[in-house]
Design a protein around this ligand. Sequence first.
Ligand code: AMP
Length: 282
Amino acid sequence: MRPLLVRTRLDLDAGLAAHRAVGARIALVPTMGALHEGHAALLRRAGDEAALVVASIFVNPTQFGPGEDLDRYPRQLAADVDLCARAGADVVFAPEVDAVYPEGPGRGITVDPGAYGRVLEGASRPDHFSGVLTVVAKLSGLVRPDVAVFGEKDYQQLVLVTALARDLCLRLRVVGVPTVRADDGLALSSRNAYLDPAGRRAAAALSRALTAGVQHQRSGAASVHAAAERVLARTPGVDVDYLGVTDPALAPAPESGPARLLVAARVGDTRLIDNTALLLGG
Ligand code: AMP
C-alpha cells in the first residue's frame, strides 16, 4: 500500500486522528531522506513495534554546522516514498522547515545534549546534537509516537536520544536497530553517494578497522584502538577525525565487559562515521 504523504501539521493530525481515536500504537522513524536499506530495516522494525508506522523525512538545518553539507544533502522525495511503501510505512511526514521551526531555525528553545553531546561527534560538530535532540523533541511533539526507532549506525545519537526520552520524560520508548552494511562492510549512508569510486574503496577501511578492533577485544581497549588505528593508517585517502573506545553509554572504556569502538574519518570531502560493539577482556 502507498503511504499517506503529508507535508503540514494539519494534514499530519488529520492523517493520525483515526488511529489516535482508537489508541493504536504509533512508531516514528525520523530520517533526513535519501533512503536506503538501512532506513528500510528501521521501518520494518517499526512495523513490528506498532500498528502505525510514521516515517519523517526532514533535512534538519539545525544539526548542520557552518560549511557542512546542508545545501548539497541529497533530496529525492518521490524515490523515498517508494522505499517507504516497500518497507511498510503507513504515513510519510515530509514537512517544510517552517512547519518544524515556526520560530525560525536556531531561534527559540533548544535542547542541551549534556556532557555526552560534547565528546566524539560533539567535539567535531559543536551544535550537532543540540540540533538533533531539538528536532527529535519537536517530531515527538508533532507525531506523539509510543516508540521511536533509530539506527546503531549513529551510535552516539542513539545513546543521546535514549537519554533525551528518559531525562525529558517524553514517554517514548527508543529502539535501536543494527547497522546495515554493503557487501564490503561499508555502513550504508546517504552520504556514500558523495564518494567517487576510489573514495568508495578507501571508505571500506572504516569497517575493516572496526573488524580488526573486534579481533583484539580480548586484549583490552588499548589493543583494540591500536589494531583499528593500524588499518586506518595504512589506507591512503582516509583522514581520521577520531577513533575511540568507550563503554556502551560513552563513558571511559572498562577493563573488561561490553564496550563500543567508534570512528569518524574524512574520505575526500565526505565525512563518514561507523562503530561496533565490543566485549573487552577474557
Ligand atoms: P539519517 O537519514 O542519516 O538521518 O538516518 C536516519 C536513521 O537511519 C538514523 O536513526 C540512522 O542511525 C539510521 N541509519 C542510517 N544508516 C543506517 C544503516 N546503515 N543501518 C541502520 N540504520 C541506519
